[in-house]
Design a protein around this ligand. Structure first.
Ligand code: GDP
Ligand code: MG
Length: 465
């Protein structure tokens, strides 16, 4: 099993800031251990799923994910895993993992994640508690929009702490971005208005307002940011949340969302080693999308948020997802169902085998695919070697040289028929004998796999969605 290194994939391949450890690591380790347990076995029972769901529930709770979010999440996964026929298929474990993955993506990926910069200037207001990373993130966003060809201006909209304006000014200088400061005593909405005016004068098309925070949510703070919102109507109001804060982060976010139309979240300090689950819950609880992640103190430590990448990293199961997706793409669901039916009734013929061979070849390197199916690991190398030697093609040719009757019932294949087939397919008598023998062995294997009269075998390699 290929496990990805922890951390979040950057938008830019050359970006080397992805931290070694992130706030999602512990969650990731726990989930991986649980899901490995599911994919490591050939068959998955309802009890297995329930046990895994208990583990997932614990892992999420321990990572500080909001309990209501956890409850809904686990219920949705369980319902899909048990409610469909997938437990009968050979890749049941992998498919359950995929359900967990898809639900995680849905959880993280709600809402509109586009960072909007309409308006001239486009006004972006940064809100959040003191110390959450607003000022640092303001500089990061400036750098981000410069890369998009925009000309930002930063506004120090914190009239209480001159040091805060100094901090922004220093960051602005380093990026060669102008910073607007108002005289001490100017009200925050006025600072915002003047900042927008300054941007127009200086032909700057993006204004980022670094507003003041408080140590905790209070009415004065909320009234202030509401007044700023009324004064300059930001196209983006970004709530900056420290990913290392615990459950209270959810309540803080709710308070901000109630006061102003928050359009996006930026989770900062994901390079830390706290639990991080609370931050993941905010999107689920408030419906506000995560737009960026802050991964360090420097101005380039900002990553566009991709829920699928984060989910993939958390679960570290890229290979499984690929298998399930590839199988779903290439397998005709109806055909798979009819194959399964045939296997169950033991009426699988060489004709069906021909069809299966063609399907499997469409899926790509057969060794790789079989290697991902539990219990098939050993057969994988052999199968790949067979492909490499051109055996699949030879098998195809042999089956094609048979009459329909022979394909349906290989027991009629006496010596003279076998010789005819060998000649007709350009192969040899031993080749034909080997195939017939392999086929009867395969039938035996399938009987075993179908086990106990239950459904499922190669034909159900993919479940129905
Ligand atoms: N490791 C790390 N530190 C961060 C990140 N974002 C901000 N910080 C640090 O957090 C502290 C508070 O940040 P600041 O921008 O001043 O917060 P503000 O009070 O909301 O403006 C500073 O020491 C920053 O360097 C991040 O993504 N990762
Ligand atoms: Mg600040």
């Amino acid at each position: 099993m290929v496990t990805c290194p922890s951390g979040v994939v950057s938008d830019r391949p050359t970006h080397d800031r992805s931290p070694d450890r992130t706030v999602f690591d512990t969650l990731s380790e726990r989930l991986r251990a649980t899901l490995d347990g599911l994919t490591g076995r050939g068959r998955v029972s309802e009890a297995d799923v329930d046990a895994a769901m208990r583990e997932i529930r614990l892992a999420l709770l321990e990572a500080d994910v909001n309990f209501k979010v956890v409850k809904d999440f686990v219920a949705r996964v369980r319902e899909q895993a048990i409610g469909q026929d997938i437990l009968q298929s050979l890749t049941a474990g992998q498919q359950v993992v995929k359900i967990v993955h898809d639900e995680l993506v849905a959880l993280l990926g709600q809402g509109d994640r586009v960072f909007h910069l309409s308006g001239n200037p486009a006004v972006v207001a940064m809100v959040g508690l003191q110390g959450s990373g607003k000022t640092t993130t303001t500089a990061k966003l400036a750098k981000h929009v410069i890369k998009q060809g925009r000309r930002p201006l930063l506004v120090a909209a914190d009239p209480y702490r001159p040091a805060a304006a100094d901090q922004l000014e220093t960051l602005g200088k380093a990026l060669d971005v102008p910073v607007y400061r108002a005289p001490l005593g100017t009200s925050v909405p006025d600072i915002a208005r003047q900042g927008v005016d300054a941007a127009r004068r200086q032909v700057r098309d993006v204004v980022i307002l670094d507003t003041a925070g408080r140590l905790s949510v209070d009415e004065a703070l909320m009234a202030e940011i509401a007044a700023v919102n009324d004064a300059v109507k930001p196209v983006e109001t970004i709530l900056v949340v420290d990913a290392m804060t615990g459950q209270e982060a959810v309540g803080v976010a709710q308070a901000f969302v109630a006061a102003v139309p928050v359009t996006g979240l930026i989770l900062t300090k994901i390079d830390g080693d706290a639990r991080g689950g609370a931050a993941l819950s905010i999107t689920a609880v408030t419906g506000v999308p995560v737009k960026f992640l802050g991964t360090g103190e420097k101005s380039d430590a900002l990553e566009v948020f991709h829920p699928d990448r984060l989910a993939g990293r958390i679960l570290g199961m890229g290979d499984i997802l690929t298998l399930v997706e590839r199988a779903q793409e290439t397998f005709d669901v109806k055909q798979a169902a009819s194959m399964e039916e045939k296997l169950r009734k033991n009426s699988f013929t060489l004709e069906d085998m021909l069809e299966q061979l063609q399907q499997v070849q469409k899926m790509g390197p057969i060794g790789q695919i079989m290697g991902m199916i539990p219990g098939f690991g050993n057969m994988a190398n052999e199968a790949q070697a067979a492909v490499d030697r051109g055996e699949l093609k030879r098998t195809e040719a042999i089956i094609r040289a048979m009459t329909p009757v022979e394909r349906r019932d290989p027991t009629v294949l006496n010596a003279s028929r076998r010789r005819r087939i060998a000649a007709g397919s350009g192969t040899t008598l031993p080749d034909v004998n080997r195939l017939v023998k392999q086929f009867s062995e395969m039938q035996k294997l399938m009987k075993q796999l179908a086990g106990g009269g239950k459904r499922g075998a190669v034909g159900s390699l993919v479940g129905r969605r």
